[in-house]
Structure formats: C-alpha cells, structure tokens
Design a protein around this ligand. Structure first.
Ligand code: FAD
Ligand code: SF4
Length: 519
C-alpha cells in the first residue's frame, strides 16, 4: 500500500503532523508547475522565491528521511495541468492512496476536489494546520454575503486564543491603540530607520528554467534573491524584526518616504514593516510562531516595545489575516465577480513600468517592480487609491496585485483589493471606501515635496491629479455614500464651494480621466 501526499508551493509547513513519522511507503510530491507560474503574470521574484522555497523544503524533508519526488518545470512541462501530472505519478508509482492539504485558493481547491472525486483509489483532504482557525470553523465566524467588521472578529480572536489579555480584559486597558500610532516620519527619524535584513540566495538555475519555459513575468531581480526561503532565514528575519522594527512598528505603520537610498542600499521601502508575509503565506512560518515570538519580545523588552506597537502588530496577523481568509472562503466564487461601483476602466500602462509624473505612484510602483513588495499603506492609499478614484475595473486591479507582490495569493489578495480598497464588494470588508485626495498622501509621506504636481492645487495645470479625481469620485457615488455618517463632512465641504468652482473641478477630473495614460 503506497501513499502519495501532495505538497503545494504555499504549504511548506515543516511542523505539519504529516512529517512526525517517517514512513517508507509514503511519497511526498512537490512540483513546479506551469499552471501555477502563469495563471496570472507574476513578478519574477515571486516565482523564484516560491520555487526556491519548495526546493529547499524538499531537500529538508529528504534529509529527515522522507521519500520525496521534486519535479522541476523541465519535468512537468509535458503535462497539461496538475491533475494530468498526478494521474501519471499515481500510475507510475502504483499509488493506492492519495492525500492533499486543504488548499487556500478556491481555484486549486476546486481542481483537487474534482480530481479526487474521479479517482479510483482512496483520497483524503487534510487540514493544512497553519491558521488559527481551522477551515471547518470559518462558517461559525463568517456568513456569506454579509457585512463583517474586523474589530468584532479581532476581539473574539484575542479572547479565544488568550493573546494580550489580562483575564477578561485587554492587556493595556484598550483593544486597539491605532490612535497612538499613524505618525509621519520627520527628517530626524529617517536616519534611525533600520537597514532591512536581506538574503542572498542564488536562484540562477531557477531563472534559467523560467526563461527556458517562456513564463511571462514582470518586475526585476538582481543576481540573487533577497527574500527568506528557508525556515532558518525566515526565523532570522522574525528575530531581526522583533529586535529592530517592532519597537516602532505601529508608530510608523502608515508612514511613507521616498527620501532614502536606492535599490539594495535602501531602507525606505520597508521601514519598520516585518516583510514576513512571504514566509507566512508560504507557511514556512506559522502565525502562532510569529505572534508568540513578538509577544515574548514585548514582555522581554523592558519597555522598549510599547503596548501600542505590539497590539498593532498582533492585530494584523491574528485579526486582519484571519479575517480576510474567512471573508474569502464564505464568499467565493461570487466574490471574484463583485463590482459594486461598476468600475470599467483599463489600468494605465505605466503600472507596468512606473513611468508616471505622479511621484507617489512612481515611487510605489517602481519599488514594487524592484522588490515585489510595497507596504500596506502604499498598496491601499497610493496605487489602489488611484485605481479606486479612476474607476479601474476590479479584474484589472486584482490581476496586477495578484501578480506583483511576493505575498500575493488569492485568499489574502482578493478581499484586500476588491473588498477593502476598491469597495467592489459593497462593504462586506470595510464600512466605507478608502478614498483620499492628495492631502492624505502629503500628510503621511514626503512624496509631494518632490512631485511634478502641487498637492495644494485642484484645478490648475500643475494641480495634484488626485484632488479633482477625489471630488469626482465622491460625487459620482454620492447616492451610495451619502448615507454613511462618516462621509457627511465630505459632502458638506463640497456644498460650500460655488457652482463655478464645482464645475471647474469636475471638468478637470473629466479631462484627467480621459488622459490617464499621460499622467
Ligand atoms: P507587516 O506590515 O509587517 O504586517 C505583518 C503581517 O500582518 C503581514 O506579513 C501579513 O501577514 C499581516 N497583514 C497585515 N495587513 C494585512 C491585511 N490587510 N490582510 C491580511 N494580512 C495582513 N497581504 C498579503 O499577504 N498578500 C496579498 O496579496 C496582499 N494584498 C494586499 C492588497 C492590498 C490592496 C492591500 C491594501 C493589502 C494587501 N495585503 C496583502 C496586506 C498587507 O499589505 C501585506 O500583508 C503587507 O504589506 C505585507 O508586508 P509585511 O509582511 O511587511 O507586513
Ligand atoms: Fe501624489 Fe499628488 Fe503628492 Fe504628487 S502631489 S506625490 S500626485 S499626492
């Protein structure tokens, strides 16, 4: 009786109970697949990081005594897709039982469920043993097509897992310390920003394979890979984060700067963020390991890490990360089609090369092309804000985000883009659209100081385009937005402007919308 266990590229969880015992009748299969490298145009660093992490994981399993088949793109190129490959391996190896871990992506879950159903041998789907909430528990926290709010879910998670709690009360006396955070970086702060801990992994052979198999990619890669692709390097990044970044994580969580350095000698791109998302989403690190390590660092820090910093960090992982997963699974596959604001425009071509005169967009896009990374506020309030204000079709937005970021896997990407930032889900994830004029970007960054446009202007030739676009967007969707009390000030401000000024703003916005390529 021979058992085949499939390990997907984002299931590199060395602590999974599968590996507790070594069994010579169990074969593990890890494979580089054309279907996974090309279901969207991915960043070159993203494909290289996944393949290298898979290869390293296979090597570690073999060293531990497990039977492993690792197939490269060269080996799998002849198969149309994963099911065709699996069929062959099952025959060749005379497999009598097939198992796989619950995929996090709907697409793969459907494909493997359909494959298993038609198999003549026994098959099982097991828990991936990664998240705080098991897949089977999601429906007790989330309902299909229903508006959910993070805060309620997050408090329930803190209570259930007894994290940052003093008995029944939140540690520090508050559930949320957001108001203590959200600071802009001042000139004196720039010199203190830690250099990011980067890795130097040789991926030459992988790049050759990607090239040989004509996989279309975007973005740039240096000679080596900067991301952690093994358990040891991911742990090193976690420790580095707790020591150097966590003490100011929350404080500068929303800040942005374009003032620091250039590629590979640059600390402005990640600031105090952890850059652990790839290690987490590929399951090299577990959320429990990250959360517990950070909380221990907080307790051992003699006050260097304040409650506002640790709470802000835990909320991202215990809160947001688990929250978007629940929204995704309870709303797929329809969530992928939602377009509540009826957005239809195409993404300007400069999203693929960063060649725009808007400094904020140029900075966030160029950085994303260089590193396959932008931090949360760059994604939400710079690039996605532009897409929201200009009515870019959600499919276009999703495909760009799903491709460009090192951590982009649909279960986490989709609720963040289609939901949180594009409001295409009509409010399932967030209570209001995160629309902003240039004012917000000026408040949280130094981008505007070096920009071709004037952030204080609305209608002049050199006016910040986001200003007129913002008003146009809020007016266009007034019927949907005006009932939300959080928008009442916005519409009151609009009414204070004379009809002539209102007209000028809307004409300016129409002109911009007709010329997005030229920005
Ligand atoms: P940190 O700022 O250090 O945060 C720590 C961890 O918290 C992250 O590693 C991540 O695991 C988790 N986290 C933080 N915010 C979120 C969030 N909103 N949703 C889920 N987890 C969160 N995250 C992805 O992992 N994959 C994506 O494809 C993705 N797409 C996004 C698209 C948009 C439009 C937006 C606004 C956000 C997106 N995020 C995504 C969430 C967030 O931006 C990234 O998790 C974060 O920037 C990763 O960098 P970091 O590890 O340095 O995060
Ligand atoms: Fe961006 Fe406007 Fe500021 Fe330029 S002026 S950086 S376009 S917000």
């Amino acid at each position: 009786m021979k058992h085949l266990r499939l390990i997907l590229g984002d299931q590199l969880n060395a602590s999974h109970s599968w590996y507790k015992t070594v069994d010579n009748n169990t074969v593990y299969l890890i494979c580089e697949l054309h279907q996974e490298a090309s279901y969207v145009t991915h960043h070159i660093q993203k494909i290289a990081a996944f393949f290298k992490a898979m290869e390293s994981f296979a090597t570690a399993l073999s060293k531990a005594g497990h039977q492993v088949i690792y197939l490269t793109l060269d080996d799998t190129a002849q198969y149309q897709d994963l099911p065709h490959l699996l069929e062959t391996i099952i025959q060749q190896q005379q497999i009598s039982q097939f198992s796989y871990q619950q995929p996090d992506e709907y697409r793969l879950a459907q494909q493997l469920a359909a494959f298993s159903q038609q198999l003549a041998i026994a098959s099982t789907c097991v828990n991936s043993e990664h998240f705080y909430l098991a897949h089977s528990e999601l429906s007790s926290y989330f309902k299909t097509n229903t508006k959910h709010r993070l805060e309620h879910f997050y408090r329930a998670m803190r209570r259930r897992f007894n994290l940052l709690m003093d008995g029944e009360e939140p540690h520090g006396g508050q559930w949320n310390f957001d108001t203590n955070n959200r600071c802009k970086l001042k000139a004196k702060d720039l010199a203190q920003i830690p250099q990011p801990l980067l890795f130097d992994t040789n991926v030459t052979e992988i790049l050759e394979r990607i090239n040989r198999h004509q996989i279309t990619t975007m973005g740039h890669i240096g000679s080596n890979l900067l991301w952690p692709v093994t358990r040891a390097s991911a742990k090193a990044l976690l420790i580095y984060f707790c020591q150097y970044c966590l003490p100011r994580f929350g404080q500068f969580q929303d800040a942005m700067t374009g003032r620091l350095g250039s590629f590979t000698d640059d600390n402005g791109w990640s600031l105090y963020h952890s850059r652990l998302s790839f290690a987490l989403n590929s399951k090299i690190l577990s959320p429990q390991q990250v959360v517990n390590t950070a909380i221990n660092a907080y307790h051992d820090s003699n006050g260097d890490i304040s409650i506002a910093q640790i709470e802000g960090f835990i909320r991202q992982i215990l809160g947001w990360r688990e929250f978007v997963r629940g929204i995704y699974w309870l709303n797929m596959p329809t969530y992928r089609q939602l377009n509540a604001l009826d957005a239809k425009r195409a993404l300007p071509s400069w999203f693929w090369n960063g060649d725009t005169t808007m400094r904020c967009q140029q900075q966030a896009i160029s950085q994303s092309l260089d590193y396959s990374y932008a931090h949360h506020i760059q994604r939400l309030m710079v690039t996605d804000n532009f897409c929201l204000l200009t009515g870019i079709a959600p499919d276009e937005v999703d495909n760009w985000y799903l491709g460009i970021y090192i951590d982009a896997i649909e279960w986490v990407e989709l609720p963040n883009t289609r939901g949180m930032s594009q409001f295409a889900d009509g409010g399932i994830v967030g209570s209001k659209a995160y629309a902003a004029s240039g004012n917000y970007i000026n408040k949280m960054s130094d981008y505007c100081q070096d920009c071709h446009y004037d952030v204080k202007q609305i209608t002049s030739d050199n006016a910040c385009p986001l200003n007129a676009l913002y008003w146009h967007f809020m007016l266009q969707h007034q019927a949907q937005f005006a009932n939300n009390p959080r928008n009442s000030m916005v519409y009151a401000n609009w009414r204070k402007r004379s009809p002539t000024v209102q007209e000028e703003i809307l004409v300016k916005a129409q002109h911009l919308l007709a010329n997005l390529e030229q920005l």
